[in-house]
Design a binder for this molecule. Structure first.
Ligand code: RM4
Ligand code: MN
Ligand code: MN
Length: 424
C-alpha cells in the first residue's frame, strides 16, 4: 500500500481555502511562525514496530484487520504515516520480533519508503521458543551466571542486527525485579545488572549509544531493578559517555513531575530521549496527549529550554520515539493522533517567550510565569502544524485523508482480516 502523491495534492487543494484562513489567523498571533514551521518540518518521531497491530490487554485481544504480518508490511504501514504527516520517518525494531531475513532487501525497502532505522530494542522479558534458559527470575540481574550470559549475548546480537541496518542505538528495557520482599538482594541484583550492561556497552560501536529505560512497576510489583530515573542514571553514569537514560512517559509512579526529571537529565547530558505515550493509571500506553496534554507541553517546554541552553539540534540530538499499544483503535489512526499531539506540544514550546519567562522567574513573579505558560498552551497552533505538513508535501488533515481514501480497507484487501502482527 503506497500513498499516491497526486491524491495528497488533491486532498490539500480541497482543504486549502479553509486552511489558509486558519493559518493566516494563527500567523497573525505568532511572531516566529516561519522558524517554528521549519523546525516542525525537520522533526521526526520513530514508530515502534510493535505498535502497528492491536495489542489488547491481559484479558482479551480484539484483533484489528489488515494488520502487518511481517517486517516489510510494518515498514509499509509506517511509510503510510510518514507520507501523510512527514514526521514518522523512522522505525524502531524489537528483536527477536523483527529479525530481518535479508538485510540488503530490507535496507532497500527502507530507502524506497524514505525510512530510517531508529534505536534497536532487545527483549529479555520473554522466553522465546527454543530458548535454553528462562528469564522467569530476571535476565541481567539473575543469580545464575549462565542466564546473565544468555541475556548479554542476546543484546550483543541485537547490536549486530542494528549495525547491519544502520541504526545507532540500543534500548535496553529490563523487566527484572522482584514480586515479594526478601526475594532479591537489591545490591547484588544491581551489581549483576551493571556488570551485564558493562559487557553490552563494550560491544557498542564508537558512534552508538545505549539507552537505559526505567519503569517503576510491572511485571515485578515489589521492586524493579531499573525502577526509576535515579537508578537508570546510576547505571548510565557508571557505564560511560555512550550511555543515557530513556524516559518512557508511562513508566513513573502516579503524579511524578516528569518535566523536572527531563530538565535535570538534560542538564546532566544524560537524557537519551523518549518513549511517548499517555496514561491515567500506569503504563497504559495510550495515545500521546490524550489524557494529560498540559504535562506534555510542560515536558516540551523543558526540552526546548534545555536543548537550546546547550545548543543542541532538536531534531537529531535526542531519540524521539512513540511506545504505545492499541486496544480498541485502528493503530494507524492512533499513531497519527499521537504524532499530531507531539507536534502541537513541540510547536507550543517553541512559542514560549523565554526572555519574559526568565524575567518573571528572576523576579519571583509567579503569576506572570504561570500566565506565560498557560496562555501559550492555550494558543491554537494546529494550523501552523498543518502548514508544516503542507510545505513538506504531506496531508493537511492526515486522519481525514486516511478515512476518505479508505486506507484500512485497502490494507484489509491486501492482507486479509485475520493477519496478526508480531509483537505485544
Ligand atoms: C515495556 C517498555 C519497552 C517496550 C516493551 C514492549 O513496557 O516500555 O520500551 O520495549 O514494553
Ligand atoms: Mn517503553
Ligand atoms: Mn512501557
Amino acid at each position: 500500500m503506497r500513498i499516491d502523491k497526486q491524491q495528497i495534492d488533491q486532498h490539500n487543494t480541497d482543504l486549502q481555502k479553509v486552511h489558509q484562513k486558519r493559518f493566516d489567523f494563527a500567523k497573525s498571533e505568532i511572531t516566529n511562525a516561519e522558524s517554528i514551521i521549519q523546525k516542525l518540518i525537520d522533526f521526526n518521531v520513530a514508530i515502534p514496530s510493535w505498535a502497528l497491530g492491536t495489542g489488547g490487554t491481559r484479558f482479551a485481544r480484539f484483533s484489528g484487520a489488515g494488520e502487518p504480518g511481517n517486517l516489510e508490511e510494518k515498514m509499509e504501514d509506517i511509510a503510510v504515516l510518514h507520507a501523510l504527516n512527514n514526521s514518522s520517518g523512522a522505525i524502531s525494531l524489537h528483536i527477536p520480533w523483527d529479525i530481518p531475513s535479508n538485510y540488503t532487501a530490507i535496507k532497500k525497502l527502507a530507502a524506497d519508503l524514505n525510512l530510517k532505522f531508529d534505536a534497536m530494542n532487545s527483549n529479555t522479558f520473554q522466553d522465546q521458543k527454543g530458548q535454553a534458559l528462562s528469564y522467569k527470575f530476571g535476565s541481567l540481574q539473575n543469580t545464575n551466571k549462565a542466564i546473565r550470559k544468555q541475556a548479554i549475548e542476546h543484546n550483543i546480537e541485537v547490536i549486530k542486527h542494528g549495525i547491519e541496518l544502520g541504526s545507532k542505538a540500543l534500548t535496553v528495557w529490563l523487566s527484572d525485579g522482584s514480586c515479594f520482599p526478601g526475594q532479591l538482594n537489591f545490591r547484588k541484583a544491581f551489581q549483576n545488572t551493571l556488570e551485564g550492561l558493562q559487557e553490552i556497552y563494550a560491544a557498542l560501536p564508537s558512534d552508538w549509544k545505549v539507552f537505559v529505560e526505567y519503569k517503576a512497576f510491572e511485571p515485578n510489583f515489589y521492586s524493579m531493578t531499573v525502577g526509576d530515573w535515579g537508578q537508570s542514571l546510576l547505571y548510565a553514569n557508571k557505564l560511560g559517555p555512550k550511555a543515557f537514560t530513556l524516559v518512557d512517559l508511562g513508566h513513573h509512579l502516579p503524579n511524578a513531575n516528569i518535566e523536572q526529571i527531563v530538565a535535570l537529565l538534560l542538564m546532566e547530558k544524560k537524557l537519551a530521549g523518549f518513549h511517548f505515550n499517555d496514561s491515567k493509571y500506569g503504563d497504559d500506553d495510550l495515545t500521546v496527549g490524550s489524557i494529560k496534554p498540559y504535562q506534555l507541553f510542560l515536558i516540551f517546554n523543558e526540552l526546548v529550554e534545555g536543548m537550546d541552553a546547550r545548543g543542541m539540534n532538536h531534531a537529531t540530538d535526542l531519540g524521539w520515539m512513540i511506545d504505545a499499544s492499541h486496544n480498541i483503535k485502528d493503530p494507524l489512526e492512533d499513531l497519527l493522533q499521537s504524532i499530531e499531539a507531539i507536534m502541537i506540544s513541540y510547536a507550543q514550546a517553541l512559542l514560549v517567550d523565554r526572555t519574559i519567562l526568565n524575567k518573571a522567574q528572576e523576579n519571583n513573579d509567579v503569576v506572570a510565569a504561570q500566565e506565560i505558560l498557560q496562555s501559550t498552551f492555550r494558543t491554537d497552533v494546529r494550523a501552523i502544524v498543518a502548514e508544516a505538513r503542507l510545505r513538506a508535501g504531506a496531508a493537511l488533515d492526515p486522519i481525514a485523508y486516511y478515512r476518505n481514501n479508505k486506507i484500512r480497507e485497502s490494507l484489509i484487501k491486501e492482507r486479509g482480516v485475520n493477519n496478526i502482527a508480531t509483537g505485544l
